[in-house]
Design a protein around this ligand. Structure first.
Ligand code: ZN
Length: 155
């Protein structure tokens, strides 16, 4: 990554940290989960509304954490809003793989799914402790979706 691109990515992260998007609670979420990254102290509450078509209708978060965790949560809400859950999980898989695996180990599918703005977070790959900050929101999302499934099966 060249210096110019790195600076641009840094700017996007700082902007999302200073002005997090979708930073709010939802009055009547159909799914909610808490996430905690004890290594860094990041905390997040994630709220979701999912419609009948299994599409993320609304998503928001609150929390306190480092710039990477806040920016990542903010970028995630923008990336997943209005998307079907199947696309969202594919996006998470690709994002997670690109943050944790060497390039030659990436699956074929992961090259076909564009990360869009989430690319700006891939720089943390060089700092393994920070990877947990960047993926906290996504793990919290996964847990919210799993809880939602539980509610659905007991009804
Ligand atoms: Zn952190």
């Amino acid at each position: 990554m060249n210096a110019e691109l790195r600076n641009l990515y840094q700017e996007v992260i700082l902007d999302h940290n200073r002005h997090p998007r979708n930073y709010a609670t939802l009055a009547t979420p159909c799914a909610h989960a808490k996430g905690h990254n004890p290594l860094c102290g990041d905390k997040i509450d994630l709220y979701l509304n999912i419609d009948d078509q299994q599409t993320i209708e609304k998503v928001s978060f609150t929390g306190e954490g480092c710039a990477i965790s806040t920016a990542s949560a903010s970028l995630m809400t923008e990336a997943i809003k209005g998307k079907p859950l199947t696309d969202v999980m594919a996006l998470f898989q690709t994002f997670h793989q690109k943050l944790t695996l060497a390039d030659e180990l990436l699956s074929k599918e992961s090259h076909q799914i564009p990360l869009g703005k989430l690319e700006v977070l891939l720089g943390v790959k060089e700092y393994p402790a920070r990877v947990k900050c960047a993926t906290l929101a996504w793990h919290t999302l996964q847990s919210a979706l799993e809880n939602q499934d539980k509610v659905v099966t007991t009804e």
